[in-house]
Design a protein around this ligand. Sequence first.
Ligand SMILES: Cc1cc2nc3c(=O)[nH]c(=O)nc-3n(C[C@H](O)[C@H](O)[C@H](O)COP(=O)(O)OP(=O)(O)OC[C@H]3O[C@@H](n4cnc5c(N)ncnc54)[C@H](O)[C@@H]3O)c2cc1C
Length: 495
Amino acid sequence: MVTEDFTRLTLDTLALCTMDFRFNSYYHDALHPFIAAMVNSLTELGARAVRPLLASIFYREANRKYWEDIGTLRQTAQGILDSRRRHLTGPRPHVEPVVYGENARDFVPDRMLDENIERLTKEYPDCWKPFGSGIGACIGRLFAWQASPARGDKHINIQLPDGITYKVGDYVAVLPFNPKETVTRVMRKFQPSWDSHITIGSNRWTALPTGTPISVYDVLGSYVKLSQSAIRRGILLADASKDEATKQQLHTLAGDLYASEISLKRASILDLLEGFPSVSLPFGTFLSLLPLMRLRQYSISSSPAINPTRATLAYSLLEGPALANPANRHIGVATAYLASLLRGDRLLLSVRPTHTAFRLPDEIESTPIICVAAGSGLAPFRDFSQERAVLRAKGRELAPALLFSGCCGPEVDDLYRDEFDEWHGMGVVDVRRAEEVKGLWECGARVYVCGSRLVKEGVKQVMGKIVLGGGATEDEVSQWYESVRNDRYATNMFD
Ligand SMILES: Cc1cc2nc3c(=O)[nH]c(=O)nc-3n(C[C@H](O)[C@H](O)[C@H](O)COP(=O)(O)OP(=O)(O)OC[C@H]3O[C@@H](n4cnc5c(N)ncnc54)[C@H](O)[C@@H]3O)c2cc1C
């Protein structure tokens, strides 16, 4: 009883001090749904850590409950954030250009170096108090320091090698390295020393370098794709296990369960080896089951009219609990690699021409354009808009350009916001954001939809995701729709 009281006291205090949010745990017998969901999901995560990998197949109800709890956590957090954004008053010094310069909204980790923060707080004593003063600031600061790296959308500047240029709409192909975390998992499994070398025999065809010693770390880092879904032949490594039950389970995974448990969840050979420790596979066999590392493509988000030897990229960092085993992180190979680069680092890339249809029209004065993007899909349209802004500055007439941009909000994933606002003001491009719709909805807007049932269903799904957040499930959207239909949301169907 005493422990429960202290749990209530601690969590109520944290929520109140950091987010000005009241769980009011002493006013009710039952815990606030957020706390219940948090306790349940932590308990489930603890249980998962000791469960064999892929045993999740047998814990469907626990999985369902786990994701329901995660949904509750996200919904509460989103509600608090939305409410804080609505009620923000006065300046927000931690994102103000006057304090941090023109790139105030960019993710620049160097800002957080001690000497920079010290200098800034001397000049602007309150600049680093996103959670206010006193106890709120003390606890909130920790949350804030984690908040900036959590931003998923990023931007990188590349100086191209001499003689390499590009055209509007082009993209680059990047050769990435596997995340250190994934390479470490392999090293842990096979236990070679970090500096060991192998020589790959040439008796069977392989695209890997043969007949010459090569470091294990290099092979794992840059030659092979470690996170590829396991192929059936690989799963039948069951024969390498002495344990009959394991053999049986692996045969089922290569058979009836292949689509749902391997393909859909992108379970890799490494996942399987970790999940079935009784399988002992030679390192050479493991390598032979992996495909070669593949290039990743990124649209150039700058116009050569600004500087033909510099290209910028915008990318969404892919990172989250792995589908095959939420105790592991799924890390996007190329995006994690791009995010790890520091100023002055070199990367291997080539410039590729885009297909002819994805170029700006030649008759820029008379052919209007309509662009639709979500998240980092905005990249080529920044390139287009930069180009159009340069042409406008040179006095060229421009036909209208309309850009529909799907993003969750100005401080979440609204890439290049300031530039697009400026171009919008200059008449270079007319930008429409999902956030506008959300803003109007929150001001009590009524929605009217007229047309076919197909239109009704499509608009319902999109509106639901705008109002509830991109992660809302179909069920959640339906529940929301039922709660507003014939009240604030009217439809008139023609079929
Ligand atoms: C012409 C072109 C232009 C492009 N331009 C851009 C651009 O400008 N910006 C941009 O960001 N991207 C762009 N892309 C996409 C980009 O090439 C990459 O595919 C993307 O960045 C992901 O690469 P990654 O290596 O980080 O992820 P990968 O390591 O390849 O991982 C992606 C794979 O992981 C799977 N996956 C996702 N979540 C999980 C999970 N939780 N568990 C298990 N598996 C999971 C996905 O299904 C997907 O198959 C472009 C693609 C093309 C073809």
